[in-house]
Ligand binder design. Structure first.
Ligand code: COA
Ligand code: MG
Length: 297
């Protein structure tokens, strides 16, 4: 996985749902999470593990990011999931029910131990933030990602919000969680980590879903976790630069690159102030739009 990978749409695919498993590779999502945890019934865990790991090992991924959500490492299934998933070699392992930084370090150490035998393993950890303790510990959890290299056992590569579990653990309705979500967004941004919003359960409510995506985007999320193919197009659109944003970005770039403006830090555009930081932001917007274009061609 490259740092430039888009994560606008991140689809959960239950590992015991054969039809969904077959459909997933043909869908226009930025990332797929093959699920062995809560999307899979207890009686189907073993079969799901075999299906998912065979599918991931055999996939020609192209630009798409592929992740496997394993069961909690303390559960009966977790250790077997981890072993099989490491052999299959996804881009990321999704760790559910994270509570403390030690959970991340423990999985990181297991990845490192596997890597030592297989001459290095660069699989990332995507931490599910879905318990009250994870919200309370978010600064410490994200700070660890910053220490990659100097501190073995990290590998943290993204935060994924688990709003259904948070609601279950706290009794707080998802609509009332915005301060917790914003704390996670801020912590992720402080350490350069992507942060992905929680799911929207009512997959037949398109209007509500579009509003949820737009709210997530305005809160600073990089994308949304999805449960159904009907949600993909809206997420891809909401988390991409709009035509208007792209046009404005091109104007800002053209202005700063105009001859004579090389050493200017503040300029005027249509009666507004634009600073060099807007030029850098505009270049980033154009780069994202180019990446999306490249990916959809
Ligand atoms: N990934 C890939 N394909 C999916 C999918 C998913 N998450 N959800 C549905 N599909 C496919 C179906 O297989 C079907 O395709 P097909 O006819 O070619 O087989 C098509 O999309 C339409 O599906 P539909 O009939 O509307 O839904 P469903 O009744 O098959 O499934 C759910 C509804 C909610 C059971 C299913 O979407 C699902 O399991 N989603 C993921 C839930 C999950 O992972 N939860 C845990 C994380 S929060
Ligand atoms: Mg969960």
């Amino acid at each position: 996985m490259r740092a430039s990978n888009l994560l606008r749409s991140v689809l959960y695919v239950p590992g015991d749902n054969e039809r969904a498993m077959n459909k997933a590779p043909g869908l226009s999502v930025d990332a797929i999470i093959y699920d062995l945890e809560d999307g899979v019934a207890p009686a189907s865990k073993q079969a799901a593990r075999a299906n998912v790991c065979a599918a991931v090992a055999g996939i020609d991924r192209g630009q798409r990011v592929t992740a496997i959500r394993i069961n909690d490492l303390a559960s009966n299934e977790g250790a077997d999931d981890l072993q099989a998933a490491l052999i299959a070699g996804p881009d990321a392992l999704v760790l559910p029910k994270v509570q403390t930084v030690q959970d991340i370090e423990q999985l990181g150490a297991r990845i490192d131990a596997f890597g030592d035998r297989k001459s290095g393993c660069d699989v990332l950890i995507w931490a599910m933030i879905e318990t009250p303790l994870a919200i309370l510990n978010i600064k410490e959890i994200t700070a660890r990602s910053h220490m990659k290299g100097s501190r073995p056992g990290s590998h943290l590569g993204a935060l994924l919000m688990g709003t259904n579990d948070l609601a279950k653990h706290t009794g707080v309705a998802p609509d009332m969680m915005s301060s917790w979500l914003m704390d996670c967004v801020l912590a992720a941004k402080a350490y350069g980590l992507p942060v992905i919003d929680g799911v929207y359960n009512d997959y037949s409510d398109q209007q509500g879903f579009v509003a949820a995506c737009e709210q997530g985007r305005d809160m600073g999320f990089d994308g949304k976790t999805l449960i159904h193919p009907a949600q993909i197009a809206s997420a891809n659109q909401a988390f991409a630069p709009s035509q208007k944003q792209l046009q404005e970005a091109c104007e800002v770039v053209a202005l700063f690159e105009q001859s004579g403006h090389e050493h200017m830090n503040v300029l005027e555009l249509d009666g507004r102030m634009v600073e060099r930081l807007h030029y850098l932001m505009a270049k980033k917007t154009i780069k994202t739009a180019d990446l999306i274009k490249e990916q959809t061609e």
